[in-house]
Design a protein around this ligand. Structure first.
Ligand SMILES: [Zn+2]
Length: 65
């Protein structure tokens, strides 16, 4: 399944990006943001999100498998 950013239309969001969307927003969402737009939406930086992704992976979160 191809998922595009709902804001800028960036195509084929990767699994990590989709995972962090679900983790922070909800498992039920159907609109996804690319890292750039998601950082803007949350008022943080892309770097912060990448760090979060790494943290969640280390915790063994299944959304990132
Ligand atoms: Zn975007």
């Amino acid at each position: 399944m191809e998922i595009n950013c709902v804001v800028c239309g960036k195509e084929k969001l990767d699994k990590d990006t989709i995972g962090i969307n679900k983790k922070i927003l909800s498992n039920e969402i159907s609109d996804f943001y690319c890292l750039n737009c998601f950082a803007e939406y949350l008022g943080c930086t892309e770097e912060d999100l990448l760090e979060k992704i790494e943290e969640f992976k280390e915790e063994g979160c299944t959304l990132f498998r």
